[in-house]
Design a protein around this ligand. Structure first.
Ligand SMILES: Nc1ncnc2c1ncn2[C@@H]1O[C@H](COP(=O)(O)OP(=O)(O)OP(=O)(O)O)[C@@H](O)[C@H]1O
Length: 328
């Protein structure tokens, strides 16, 4: 299916997922309401938003697991409503509650999936062993899944995606209920998937984690995408400018020099040799050069990156429902 873009700001080069006017209604209520987005190959894309905003319903439409009321979505060139099996073969899905056979071992569960895929016995064994090793479950390969913690089940879910050699991994709330160490390990594994070129789509309420691993995010509200883009871009849109760089240096006319740097929106003088710059990007290299240019001595340079937490809080404080803004 080829989809024409109505909104160039929502497009990405080489999209593996493209949605246009995607809508799901229950009765008269649109729980996903005409959304447009493109996800590029190899991207880690976050779906954010309050409970009931439409994230899971959007995921289910991409997988052909719930009806599309109007609009369309293309996944790796397939229409999930018409060709759900084609999508299922190429896309790994880790739902909120992963359904494994508790009475089977970790390896047996993966063997079941691999068999369904029609893989030959030797290939199955090879892929399963490698996947269990990758997610750190090699030592419990022969343990029944009934004995597994949530963290282990989540890792087994990723192992299944690895066994499938999925091109896209869709993860619904993957770290909810995990302790801090399990969360770190899981985020590391997502990073490894990205490094291999796998496109990752994840929904989450954990904003700091989303910020750490996502290239772009879409903020859902009332079934609509109300913000979309990379965190620094959203910070500029929502907060004005996201980066705060502090400079400690002496030298004549530093404040004036710092204010001339492209992307700097404000310079505050905090003391005789201390300055705070508000900027649209990380301007530390430019700030260092500015100090050298005026013959000054640079003593300290620090940065606060824009936080998704601050963007989210500000958006819900000031934006009325349903106003669409794209930063990418
Ligand atoms: N089968 C259904 N029948 C009627 N309404 C439904 C059905 N499934 C979902 N909804 C409604 O659709 C809306 C969106 O739900 P969805 O699960 O997509 O939200 P979500 O953003 O994933 O929320 P959460 O963060 O809680 O997972 C909710 O109001 C929900 O009650």
């Amino acid at each position: 299916m080829r989809i024409q873009s109505k909104d160039s700001r929502a497009t990405a080069p080489d999209p593996v997922i493209a949605a246009r006017g995607l809508t799901r209604r229950y009765g008269a209520t649109a729980v996903v309401d005409g959304i447009d987005f493109d996800i590029a190959r190899g991207e880690v894309f976050g779906l954010l938003g309050p409970n009931g905003a439409g994230k899971t319903t959007t995921i289910l439409m991409m997988l052909g697991l719930t009806e599309i009321s109007s609009g369309e979505v293309s996944v790796l060139g397939f229409n999930p409503a018409r060709e759900p099996l084609k999508v299922k073969q190429r896309v790994g899905y880790l739902p909120d509650a992963v359904g494994f056979y508790d009475h089977l071992t970790a390896a047996e569960n993966l063997a079941y999936t691999a068999k369904l895929m029609g893989l030959a016995r030797a290939e199955r064994a090879h892929r399963i062993e490698a996947a269990l090793a990758r997610v750190g479950l090699a030592e419990v390969a022969s343990k029944r899944v009934a004995t597994f913690s949530r963290g282990m089940r989540q890792r087994l879910g990723l192992a299944e995606i690895i066994v499938k050699r999925a091109e896209i991994a869709i993860l619904d709330e993957p770290t909810s209920g995990l302790d801090p160490q399990a969360t770190q390990e899981f985020l590391g594994l997502i990073g490894e998937l990205k490094a291999e070129g796998i496109t990752v789509l994840l929904s989450s309420h954990m904003l700091d984690q989303v910020q750490r691993i996502c290239d772009r995010v879409a903020l859902f509200q009332g079934g609509r995408i109300v913000l979309m883009g990379a965190v620094p871009e959203l910070a500029v849109k929502v907060i004005g400018a996201g980066f705060v760089v502090e400079v400690e240096a002496d030298g004549l006319g530093i404040a004036r020099r710092l204010a001339m740097i492209p992307g700097v929106t404000q310079v505050d003088t905090l003391g005789v040799d201390r300055f705070r710059m508000t900027a649209e990007r990380d301007v530390r290299p430019d700030a260092a050069r500015a100090v050298v240019t005026v013959g000054g001595d640079l003593r300290r340079l620090s940065i606060d990156e824009p936080s998704l937490e601050a963007i989210y809080a500000r958006h819900f404080q000031i934006r009325p429902r349903g106003d669409v803004r794209h930063a990418a």
